[in-house]
Write a protein that binds this ligand. Structure first.
Ligand code: NIG
Ligand code: FE
Length: 391
């Protein structure tokens, strides 16, 4: 039997299980303890009632929450786009066209360079409390380059997304229909074995609603589950298509009509908000308040990529969501943990109840609220992933 460890003297523990703590969605427990055995949580409750264990870790009167679930990132890439960012901060608008710059750099990079880059940004994310992440292809746009991106990603996570439909490959600029045929044909065949999800950037300048439907439907037929980049730069059909196809998540959701919000409220698709993108493109903020008030499940993720959102920091996104998107600190923390898990249709992560994976973040603060209250401060002082302390 594996040895047991209690993490005790926790001032405030976020369990995301209302039946364990106060009845709020965060299921908060004051003066709490968590017991870990192997890679699982086996007990959560008031410290004074904790069972005897082999090992003891003193949290020092600080806060513990589930590890962050970053359900949307683009981490297989090479190069950066500093010049583009500089131009935007001087007033130039963001457009999907910048993706081509990263496609050229990624195609030119070796497998080892791409893997080293991915490892670097993952380590960065881990230090900031991310214990599960999803990541995508989408900067290769050839059969070989998309498949290798997914192979490299799959060495680090089970949550791998095929995004051959990020933009129409520059090689097919004159024949987008032929590119859609490639994405739904030979490229899908080569990529499906390495991925769990299929995604499409449904936007003017990328793929329209009919193309997006064809791409996601083809992916479903190959056993991939859909998720969509929807309604980021303009109003469009993406969000309602996501609900229609039972996508796990509609991501961005920056420009929503009332009908889009209704569709999300009546479906099983999570709205994943990515405030790093609005920050870095100086775009208007998604209205999280409207979504939450309508009863939509909201996730909060980084969208980490070299173009529209070059941050790996979930705490930064929590602070933005609270300051500028109408979320309370409790809601933002829930969305970055349990919400991310919902966006990946996972029940083993994003919560700290018996049976859950032992992914925990210890903050150098007495409460999870400090994640928004103390923006920009490196508050993460301990991380356990699958029961092993990694930070
Ligand atoms: O989610 N919107 C499409 N894809 C990315 C941006 C990619 C890029 O600019 O390189 C996003 O924001
Ligand atoms: Fe994205």
């Amino acid at each position: 039997m594996s040895s047991s460890t209690v993490i005790t003297n926790i001032a405030a523990l976020v369990t995301n299980d209302p039946s364990l703590g106060d009845s709020s969605p965060l299921g908060l427990i004051q003066d709490a303890a968590v017991v870990i055995e192997g890679d699982r949580v086996t007990w959560t409750g008031e410290a004074s009632k904790a069972p005897a264990t082999d090992n003891r870790v003193d949290a020092g009167g600080r806060a513990v929450l589930p590890g962050f679930v970053d359900s949307h990132s683009h981490l297989v890439f090479a190069g950066d786009r500093t010049q583009e960012f500089n131009a935007r901060m001087s007033g130039r608008a963001y457009s999907a066209g910048g993706i081509r710059t990263t496609v050229a750099a990624t195609r030119a990079a070796s497998d080892a360079e791409l893997a080293a880059n991915l490892t670097h940004y993952l380590a960065e994310a881990l230090r900031q409390g991310t214990t599960t992440f999803e990541t995508k292809s989408g900067y290769g746009l050839t059969v070989e380059d998309e498949a290798r991106a997914l192979r490299i990603a799959a060495e680090h996570t089970d949550e791998v997304t095929y995004l051959g439909a990020h933009i129409v490959s520059p090689d097919y600029a004159d024949d987008p229909a032929a590119y859609v045929a490639l994405v739904t044909g030979e490229m899908l065949d080569a990529c499906a074995p390495h991925a769990r999800w299929i995604d499409v950037f449904c936007e003017k300048g990328a793929f329209d609603g009919d193309q997006a439907r064809a791409i996601l439907t083809a992916g479903k037929a190959k056993g991939l589950h859909p998720r969509i980049h929807a309604n980021q730069l303009s109003y469009g059909p993406g969000v309602q298509l996501a609900v229609e196809l039972d996508a796990a998540s509609a991501d961005h959701c920056t420009h929503l009509t009332d009908a889009d919000v209704d569709a999300l409220a009546n479906g099983d698709t999570v709205a994943t908000l990515l405030p790093g993108a609005e920050f870095s493109t100086r775009a208007e903020w998604p209205d999280a308040r409207q979504l939450l008030d309508a009863g939509v499940t909201v996730a909060l993720s980084t969208d980490c990529n070299p173009g529209s959102s070059f941050t790996s920091s979930v705490p930064f996104c929590i602070a933005l969501a609270v300051r500028d998107m109408g979320m309370t600190p409790d809601e933002a923390v829930w969305s970055a943990t349990a919400g991310g898990a919902a966006a990946l249709r996972r029940t083993d992560i994003g919560r700290l109840a018996p049976g859950a994976r032992a992914d925990l973040t210890l903050l150098d603060a007495p409460s999870h609220v400090h994640l928004a209250y103390r923006p920009g401060v490196p508050l993460v002082s301990g991380v356990w992933r699958s029961g092993v302390r990694v930070v």
